[in-house]
Design a protein around this ligand. Sequence first.
Ligand code: NAD
Ligand code: AHE
Ligand code: ZN
Length: 375
Amino acid sequence: TEGQVITCKAAVAWEANKPLVIEDVQVAPPQAGEVRVKILFTALCHTDAYTWSGKDPEGLFPCILGHEAAGIVESVGEGVTEVQPGDHVIPCYQAECRECKFCKSGKTNLCGKVRAATGVGVMMSDRKSRFSINGKPIYHFMGTSTFSQYTVVHDVSVAKISPQAPLDKVCLLGCGVPTGLGAVWNTAKVEAGSIVAVFGLGTVGLAVAEGAKAAGASRIIGIDIDSKKFDVAKNFGVTEFVNPKEYDKPIQQVIVDLTDGGVDYSFECIGNVSVMRAALECCHKGWGTSVIVGVAASGQEISTRPFQLVTGRVWKGTAFGGFKSRSQVPWLVDKYMNKEIKVDEYITHSLTLAEINEAFDLMHEGGCLRCVLSM
Ligand code: NAD
Ligand code: AHE
Ligand code: ZN
């Protein structure tokens, strides 16, 4: 297949909110600096649903969504040295080129090398898509487009992992689990003994809880409007549960009252700007830090009284948990193989690519953490 167009199945989002359609798509060979990957397993993350909803200002249609996956390199373009056909890989929506201003800063995991292209659904070299249907281009998404049996990614957007790792599990290390763990370990740097509040107990929020437990947090308060999440959350380290629907008071007041003045760290893992405000305002005066993890819709803005910051609370955000993707995803895979982090426990459902619309229904119904699709 090297050097040839591959025709394969992919779930195409033709329009916002319209059911995805399994189509035969043509996937062009990788050009210089690109890698064509046979995707074997992909999970669904809430961000895929967000872009599909039409509320993502970077969402373009028709496109192939998906960004939490694992696969095997099928072929590589000119000049690609770090991976070769047969390598097991995880696509990385947050690239790591190791040469741009961002990568060299030592201050961030964001990378500037291909971001301009991945934000508009094309490849960097010629600003074109490698996906088409009978000559009509279909946009890429987040530089990954994993809802396809084959995809093309930039070489700076692919992490080579242990060939021993089970791809049907470690696909989750492409987004949700690292995001939660890293929000705690890299962005907040939670210390032992801290009181932590986690808003939203989906995969990202539960990974925050897991990370906080590993960091030695003394109390981990889980907040969700879906009480079904509470039972399972205990297994990830959540020690107390609060359902905002059961209180008349604002939720920030409930948490402040429970914690003698507020929490040391809070994490918003929903994408709701009023919850982001509550997450900041439930932090302890003088030092409490709140990390925004959730992605909010186009047009939404956060607000609070500046006095909240003047009096020492800190507002932060995180992308992919601050992890450097190509360097640290293989390390996370090894940590999973050594049983130092959970992955299997986040997988509640397994379906096939053909069942992708049902998989999104499961996400919206609750009772589902990650659903993994086999391709
Ligand atoms: P999810 O849908 O599995 O979980 C969200 C949880 O929030 C659910 O349990 C839901 O019941 C709960 N919830 C909804 N509204 C609530 C409210 N008002 N109060 C309390 N709980 C509420 O989603 P996920 O896949 O875990 O992703 C969570 C968020 O993180 C999404 O916004 C996603 O886009 C974002 N995300 C960000 C990054 C990043 O790098 N920053 C990475 C991955 C995901
Ligand atoms: N296009 C969106 C941006 C969404 C966003 O913030 N994405 C996160 C990853 S979410 C993964 O599930 C991220 O990494 N952002 C940093 C970046 O470079 O995009 C919007 O709302 O505009
Ligand atoms: Zn994601």
